[in-house]
Design a protein around this ligand. Sequence first.
Ligand SMILES: [Mg+2]
Length: 312
Amino acid sequence: MSYVATLISDKGITPSFVDEFETVLRTESATVLRPEMLSDSAGLGGTQAMDFYLDIDSSNITSLKQSLFDLSSKSYGVDIILQPADRESRRDKGLFVFDMDSTLIQQEVIDMIAAYVNVEAEVSKITASAMNGEIDFTESLRQRVALLAGAPADVFDSLKSQIKITPGAKELTRALKKKGVKMAVLSGGFIPLASWLKDQLGLDYAYANNLEVSEDGKTLVGKTYGRIINSTAKADLLKEIAEKENVDLSRVVAVGDGSNDLEMMGVAGYGIAWNAKPLVQQKAPSRLNTKSLQDILYILGYNDKEQKELIL
Ligand SMILES: [Mg+2]
């Protein structure tokens, strides 16, 4: 069967890495049909990307995937993404669903709010153990939100100016929009910032948790209300949006960094772990550890020239 392995790195793909990659392919009885450059030599934003079209016996695919994962886990800084080589299905996406914190934006919003009320250390600790899958997300959300009781209700307005949108997010969303792809942010964070981000990036949907405000409207109560956006809700919302937009799940891509993003990646036709925690990198369908979200366009098979045209 025909597959494509995409090598992506912002640290450089050296000839010796390619040698080692080809050794792994030989060991796994995969034949290189042809290599193809996706990036110009330096690549957009310094990222290098190239496709290797492969002929693989389908029964070897799990073993090959693991061997390539092990190779890319060595300290080379090269991600290897393996997909069926069908150009149409690789490009033809109908819906992209993104996590927010540490995915579309570089921070964890709850940590930023926590800094305001001086409970940063406590909140960071709960966040970290939740993201590593050590404690249940819903419980950790409850605990973290409780620590925010008394914070000013307009805290989100002051945070907007501090939010750092991940490099490449604007370019990626612009390109996807041009291709007619619907986009959603599904966040275990909070709705004021998720909605703001939706407007900034021209997304179609934003779902996140709601924080209850005191009767006088001045402070946060330390509780959420309405639907809790945990890992199951993200997967359910993905299905709901896909159905509403009449997009087959095979044409949905989920992107996230946390363990609470794995369920939606499992439901979607494709999943990308973005600079994710180690456990998430292991379990996700693919992983990308560069600095620019625009590099996702390489996974979809767009070369530099095509990307430039899409982003114009
Ligand atoms: Mg996240």
